[in-house]
Design a protein around this ligand. Structure first.
Ligand code: ADP
Ligand code: ZN
Length: 525
């Protein structure tokens, strides 16, 4: 295959071997690199550990000039640059931690063409004079790492990122590659429009991590469960994510008291302390890290066998990213989420405190999806993949629900009523209003929209609010519709939803148990 590849791709593959020691590109890497080397804009949506860095580093190495990499995390930048230098590739970074004289040296090296990659923070890139300086550099490519930070719909919005659209105006002929491990529809859209990309090719690799066994456990006696699990897996390295720094410390102490080699990690520690703990974990001197979500970004430990969430994550994006730190070597691994309704209440307060109303509403809606994932009784992997707009043909067989399925009934008729009401109200209604329409309520929202005139109005009178609430979330989890956050949280029917509506697919539903304590959501969402 090498012989028939275009010469530039032969050079790319040789560079992969020479600088990284790998024989072959992973699926997609080759296509991505070829697209960039063809001068085209490129979007890469690939899960953590998928091999995104190579996608811009190899084009940087085989092209004339310098690739400018925008990266939001100063610590990550340093690691990446050091790794590149270790591989014999000329690279440097400029950010607030770099002094003036060193910056000047780096700038000179860039202008004289001695750098293959120059990493910059977005603040630096947009600071006074920096774009003018870049005009003097022969730039091969812009790589925007962690590109999801550009989207205010995402989970890690950074306002500086929204200014990156200027790059296209200043450098109209330089290709841009945007990379992220977040794949939701709105984030993808925002990346493309805000960076002013020109007919980019989008490479979406599957977000499925079939080797991770997904489990949810009740929140009672968490410490006991954790100690019991570690006792049964005494050789397996793992990470426990906790909400607060204090919890990290107390849990870690409790594990140590049981003779487990544990350490804690959070942003309140000095860089030196954190570095030590991280190093000990990488070296397998510590079996367990009890950490806040500050831990894990850019950590390349492939044999993490399990990840636990001691507390409920804020949203599915975060949860997915954190469990993704398990099993990067592809071997069987486990993700355990501890869940109690009290966690939801605590989280709800946290995600709505001191943020603008619009953000509070979005955070609440995302938390609700997380709650529904935890309470769900259908294949958990299907739910995750549906969330990222990906469909899994069959149940996964590697989650607690698949291993121990709950009893269900044929819910096709119920689903059709809901879908039909969504369809007849022209996909403009959010969950609460949909339930009101189905139940034939006569409140202002129903009457103002004229929804009392549609055929399905009142078709679901026989079911109480909370039953509908549960069924609609089961339908969301199953991917029959999705929430358009940007359109007032309106439900939109998917292809799969239309199949159920037409009777081409049936839908098993799980009977709503009042004991689930599914709380009636606020009217805002
Ligand atoms: P991401 O940025 O998507 O999280 P990385 O770029 O850090 O992923 O790559 C994850 C790991 O996979 C790294 O250890 C990297 O060296 C390795 N890797 C990348 N490409 C290849 C390849 N073609 N063959 C083998 N290993 C690869
Ligand atoms: Zn499953």
């Amino acid at each position: 295959e090498l012989a028939t590849a275009p010469p530039i791709m032969q050079a790319a593959q040789q560079a992969l071997k020479r600088y990284y020691g790998y024989d072959n590109f992973r699926p997609m890497q080759g296509d991505i690199i070829q697209n960039i080397l063809g001068g085209k804009d490129t979007v890469v949506l690939m899960p953590t550990g998928g091999g995104k860095s190579v996608c811009f580093q190899i084009p940087a190495v085989v092209s004339q000039g310098t690739c400018v990499v925008v990266s939001p995390l100063i610590a990550l930048m340093k690691d990446q640059v050091e790794a590149l230098k270790g591989n014999g590739i000329a690279a440097a970074y400029i950010n607030s931690s770099v002094g003036q004289s060193e910056s000047n040296d780096i700038a000179r090296a860039a202008v004289s063409g001695h750098l293959k990659l120059l990493y910059v923070s977005p603040e630096k890139l947009l600071s006074d004079g920096f774009l003018q300086f870049l005009n003097r550099v022969n730039i091969s490519l812009f790589a925007i790492d962690e590109a999801h930070c550009i989207s205010s719909w995402g989970h890690d919005f950074r306002p500086e990122y929204t200014q990156l659209g200027q790059l296209r105006n200043h450098f109209p002929n330089t290709p841009i590659i945007a990379l992220t491990a977040t794949a939701d529809r709105l984030t993808k859209r925002d990346i493309i429009t805000q960076l002013n990309m020109r007919e980019p090719r989008v490479f979406l690799s599957s977000f499925d991590r079939p080797n991770i066994n997904l489990m949810v456990r009740p929140g009672q006696d968490r410490v006991g469960s954790v100690i019991d699990y570690i006792g049964r897996h005494p050789q397996d390295p793992g990470i426990i994510y906790c909400l607060s720094r204090k919890t990290c410390e107390t849990i870690s102490q409790k594990l140590i008291a049981k003779g487990i080699k544990a350490g804690h990690y959070h942003a309140g520690m000095t860089p030196l302390q954190r570095g030590k703990v991280q190093e000990a974990f990488l070296q397998d001197d510590l079996q367990v890290i009890v950490a806040t979500i500050a831990f894990g970004m850019g950590i390349d430990k492939s044999n993490v066998r399990w990840v636990m969430h001691y507390n409920l994550p804020k949203n599915i994006e975060g949860y997915y990213q954190e469990i993704g730190r398990a099993g990067r070597d592809g071997a069987p691994s486990t993700a355990i989420l501890f869940y109690s309704f009290a966690d939801v209440m605590q989280m709800r307060e946290m995600v709505t405190k001191d943020v603008p109303a619009r953000q509070a509403q979005l955070n609440t809606a995302k938390l609700e999806r997380m709650q529904q994932f935890a309470e769900a009784a259908s294949c958990r992997r299907k739910i995750l993949l549906n969330y990222f707009s990906e469909t899994l043909g069959e149940d996964c067989g590697n989650c607690d629900i698949c291993r121990n399925p709950p009893t269900t009934f044929d819910g096709t008729l119920i689903a059709q009523k809901a879908l039909s009401a969504v369809f007849r109200s022209r996909e403009k209604v959010a969950i609460n209003l949909l339930i009101d329409i189905l139940r034939g309520m006569r409140n202002q929202a129903v009457l103002q929209g004229g929804y009392d005139q549609i055929k399905t109005y009142g078709a679901g009178r026989d079911l109480p609010y909370l039953d509908w609430y549960s069924y609609i979330h089961q339908m969301l989890n199953d991917g029959l519709f999705y929430i358009a956050y940007e359109e007032g949280y309106a439900l939109k029917i998917t292809e799969r939803g239309h199949q159920v509506l037409k009777g081409e697919l049936t839908l098993p539903l799980r009977k709503f148990q009042p004991s689930e304590k599914a709380e009636k959501p606020t009217r805002a969402s």
